[in-house]
Design a protein around this ligand. Sequence first.
Ligand code: ZN
Length: 61
Amino acid sequence: MAQVVGPVKGTVAGFCVKCRAKKELKGPEEVVLKNGRRAIRGSCPTCGTTVYVFMGSRKRA
Ligand SMILES: [Zn+2]
């Protein structure tokens, strides 16, 4: 399970595996996974699948 950090401002694009396309995520929120990695979780506006966008390479202060 992921711990929710908070909602994300603005729009976040993620790759939906079901649609096989990049989508603007619905209701994006920042989460921290069990392994300590941060990600943005949202749902695909087309099919409703949960999409994770990992922020591994982008470090924020
Ligand atoms: Zn989709």
